[in-house]
Design a protein around this ligand. Structure first.
Ligand code: ATP
Ligand code: MG
Length: 320
């Protein structure tokens, strides 16, 4: 069976930042490739500052000032790469999307394409029900401050869906909320994506939720893709960073091993070490890791890893 064509394909993205007055740009994101498929969710995971939001912003042409896509390609069907239409973003903070002075319903209607505005009342009700509201008319009449954090987030999701996007980017959509509300929103996203043929890019720190809701996974470290593939790779990760992230996950089982953090921290922009960016923190590092950058190597079923020690053998090495 061949997989359906991706709705977006990003290849070898390299994003650089030039600080005001700085002579040379510094790399922010390097060597990052992924596909987004209709009806599938890709989780982009990694510690704070590793380049998740910048990567997502590049898709919609929304890079912060001073940053640019220096090389690589982002291919998508016509119209898909328009932020707010083909591509919709949901952010962590509802305040970034919802305007406090207008009623929620009006804001959602304004996000609809012209064809939907002709029957906007019906479409508005349908969208609010779709994101889990049982009383859509009351929610539509409310101002944002009259809704709880979780409700604001769902209203924001309705606003994102109002533009009938092909791709939904959810950047840390749940960290400001309590865990039950988080879980509910993530399940809602997973349902929407499966029933609506939407491609979802979920950005999160939390590997725990990823296994539950996502189909595919891309783990980044210091601006680089370290491991990617179907989420099932979490049962046999290859990259020492991913192994470390999994060991740092809280578990409820009474016989669970004690939690271990990963010693050290993510290097700041412009302070990334030569070679593999993870080598100063890596329990498996060898001398060569400090000099040569490991590029992603391909294994079975779309699994890739960028690690000198755990690289997949190249096809020429594995054929006898
Ligand atoms: N507007 C900006 N100007 C300059 N540097 C920035 C800007 N936004 C992000 N950066 C830097 O780019 C790098 C990648 O940042 P990014 O926001 O993509 O990280 P992230 O993985 O989304 O982290 P978090 O999990 O904290 O949201 C970081 O080193 C960050 O400091
Ligand atoms: Mg971010």
């Amino acid at each position: 069976m061949t997989a359906p064509a991706p709705v977006l394909s990003a290849r070898d993205l390299r994003i650089v930042y030039r600080a005001p007055g700085a002579a040379a740009p510094v790399p922010v994101v390097e060597d990052v490739s992924f596909d987004l498929h209709p009806g599938r969710m890709l989780a982009l995971v990694g510690e704070s500052g590793c380049g998740k939001s910048v990567t997502a912003a590049a898709l919609g042409g929304l890079l912060p000032r001073g940053m640019e896509l220096a090389s690589g390609r982002i291919d998508a069907a016509p119209g898909v790469l328009r932020a707010g239409r083909g591509l919709a973003y949901v952010f962590q903070d509802p305040g970034e999307c919802l305007d406090p002075v207008f009623r929620v319903g009006r804001q959602i209607v304004e996000a609809m394409p012209p064809a939907d505005r002709r029957h906007s009342a019906d479409r508005l009700r349908a969208l609010l029900v779709q994101v889990g509201f049982h009383d859509p008319d009351r929610v539509a009449r409310s101002y944002p401050h009259q809704l709880s954090g979780g409700m604001q987030q769902r209203a924001m999701l309705a606003m994102a869906l109002a533009g009938r996007p092909r791709i939904l980017v959810a950047d840390e959509p749940t960290t400001a909320l309590d865990v039950t509300v988080q879980a509910r929103l993530l399940r809602l996203l997973a349902d929407l994506q499966r029933s609506g043929n939407l491609a979802v890019l979920l950005i999160t720190h939390n590997l725990g939720v990823v296994a539950e809701v996502a189909d595919d996974l891309l783990v980044m470290y210091a601006g680089r893709a370290v491991e990617s593939g179907p989420v099932s790779l979490l049962s046999s990760p290859r990259h020492p960073y991913v192994e470390g992230l999994l060991r740092a996950l809280p578990r409820l089982a009474p016989d669970a091993p004690p939690l271990e953090g990963i010693p050290g921290q993510v290097p700041a922009l412009g302070r990334r070490p030569a070679g593999c960016p993870f080598h100063p923190r890596c329990p498996l590092a060898r001398p060569g890791c400090a000099t040569a950058v490991p590029h992603p190597t391909r294994g079975p079923a779309g699994h890739t890893v960028a690690c000198h020690v755990r690289a997949f053998p190249s096809p020429s090495e594995s054929t006898p």
